[in-house]
Design a protein around this ligand. Sequence first.
Ligand code: PMP
Length: 465
Amino acid sequence: MVDARLEGTQIADSVIDLFGGTPLVRMKRIMEVEDLPCVLAMKMETTNPGGSSKDRPALEMILAAERSGELQPGGTIVEPTSGNTGVGLAIVAAQRGYDCVFVMTDKVAPEKISLLKAYGAEVVVCPVAVAPDDERSYYKVAERLTHERNAFRPNQYANPNNPISHTKTTGPEIWEQTAGRITHFVAGAGTCGSITGVARYLKEQNPDVKIIAADPEGSVFSGGSGRPYLVEGVGEDFFPAAWEPELYDETIAISDADSFMMARHVSQVEGILIGGSGGMAVAAAIQVARRADPDDIVVVFNPDSGRGYLSRVFDDDWMANFGFLTECDESVGAVLEARNPSIENLLYVNPGETVRTAIDRMRASSVSQLPVCKNTPPFAAAEVSGSVDELELMESIADEPAVMDKAVEDVMGDKLPTIGIGQSLDLAIEMLHTAPALLVLSGGRPLSVLTRTDILSFFEAQAER
Ligand code: PMP
């Protein structure tokens, strides 16, 4: 019931009434800098009260659960999420009198936990390092809490009200805001709620509107195997319920490096602070806009703000350590470039291979350490699980000869410390005081191992010049 005293005022009845209605803005500076032939406009979901596009599905999922009776007055909402959906759910829960419990892993940044607690939600943190069927795992805990608290679990990956929210609100807004002249819609896909929901509406208005999904390299939507990448909130290793490829005219894969650099570029050039997934969408939208006609209007969907990524995408040290930024001329990269090209760039061993294999490999290439990496190159940083070291293996085998035939993962040591390809040689030297070798990352991926010998050879070659 709307408070009658608000009549004639511009006072919104509640924060929920401020969901949606987000602005569409021409990316004036990017259009100039990139010399784009057509109009590129951004749908700014950051002006939703929770700061992201996820306010819309959060509301729709809760309203539908109220209608179906799955959510009773005073009930509890349990969802495994650490991100934007949690914020949306927490806002709606506060307004409509529900308790919220969010389940997340201990890998999540502490500020994400604080953010959800700030809205009055309960946060349960589970260890990331346990198997999915372990009672302490994220999945199992969410399942148990849903059961124990007789709670409603929105499950945004399967809930049809997630895309429906965008068909009802985001799609019509974009259609109206472009006076029906939109020609291309570009969005990142995670649950696929936004892209599919908007696409359903736009294609119904005009089947010629092109829908373009932006996807992190490695994710299944663009044909990857689901191996890890660093951009958050988009891409998957499975196909969610809302994935509707027949609606998408094209899927463009964008690397972590391009996504992050674009997020920084847009924030600085345009004055619109966006996150990594927004950067990914803009990078794809620029590709689309470059080949568009002058009268075309390309709309790119920006799901959230760069504020949530200050300690990653916008932290120069973090970016340099993952090999996204170059800090100086005399960098780790210079050493690798000068190194004997016959040394294969990344020697590694798989976790399931035997210690004997690891030893043979080290001997064949005259190296004393190997990173332990899952799968095959190019690896993601998250696929490195440890390392083996000649000295440590020698000691273990001396104690127990059977170690020779054990799997590497049963005996491996800690991961090698990482350094970015663009970080300074001085930093590498300092780190090598305490570590036998460093793992060099480039564009977020392991590229090579750097040892004291590599640096000595580099200095030697320099002195000879
Ligand atoms: N970017 C970010 C930061 C997100 O949290 C999400 C949602 N997972 C998306 C993009 C993708 O949106 P959707 O789930 O609707 O596909």
